[in-house]
Design a protein around this ligand. Structure first.
Ligand code: URA
Length: 236
């Protein structure tokens, strides 16, 4: 049994602060089973109890995993005073406290980004030791040669001396390539191509491990990931 305080449950599941959660409970807006509970400290097992807020039944989820097709111009951050962030794009029905993006895409990079409130999950996805490859479609200002493919697969060294792990690179069509990396250093792909004299014009993340960016998810749209989709991430 996983007993939790009622105010903690209401706050985490309905995207409200702890103090607002305490107020709505005291005002009698929350029921457990058939009874209105006025005590914010009331302990309950959220996985098994029937909890409702303003008549809306709670479908308890410890964590949430949201897939976003990141558009250009949006910051990979939880909040920012001036600029729009990826968390601002999450629709109200999926909003929760503590949401953050799993890793960062540059402002001008598009594509697959996961937003969650699960720190352990993010650590597992991002740790280079787990070797989860991130796949990108990259539009360059020149062509990828066999020599570049070989040097990327051996592991290149960035201009500042940082050694990169082996990357899988393949030419798709003129000036367009696919690259898979299992680490996420600052501007890593742009800097990798910089070492071989190629500039990156467009960058899109198309997959994370075995999870592909769905073709029907428009830029800026979000949806919750299923358990099966989450498992796909860990199968490269
Ligand atoms: N590498 C980059 O250079 N930019 C990104 O957004 C992601 C990987």
């Amino acid at each position: 049994m996983n007993l939790q305080r009622l105010d903690k449950i209401i706050s985490s599941q309905f995207n409200m602060s702890r103090s607002i959660a305490r107020k709505v409970i005291r005002y009698g807006r929350v029921t457990v089973g058939d009874s209105v509970v006025h005590d914010p400290a009331f302990s309950v097992d959220p996985e098994n109890a029937e909890i409702s807020f303003r008549g809306q039944a709670l479908e308890f989820k410890e964590h949430i995993y949201i897939l976003l097709n990141k558009p250009k111009g949006v910051l990979s951050a939880s909040e920012d005073k001036k600029r729009q962030t990826v968390v601002d794009l999450v629709p109200e029905k999926l909003k929760r406290n503590g949401l953050f993006p799993v890793g960062r895409l540059d402002r001008d990079t598009t594509g697959l980004l996961i937003i969650t409130d699960d720190g352990d999950f993010a650590h597992n996805v991002l740790s280079p030791k787990k070797e989860i490859f991130k796949t990108y479609k990259v539009t360059l200002d020149g062509n990828v040669t066999e020599d570049i493919i070989k040097s990327f697969s051996a592991g290149i060294t960035l201009a500042d001396g940082t050694a990169c792990r082996p990357a899988k690179l393949k030419a798709l069509e003129e000036n367009i390539a696919e690259i898979k990396i299992c680490e996420g250093r600052y501007h890593q792909i742009k800097r990798m191509f910089g070492t071989v004299g190629l500039g990156v014009n467009e960058l899109e993340r198309t997959a994370l491990g075995g999870l592909k960016l769905p073709e029907n998810l428009a830029f800026g749209d979000c949806r919750e990931l299923s358990k099966e989709e989450l498992e796909c991430i860990f199968v490269n």
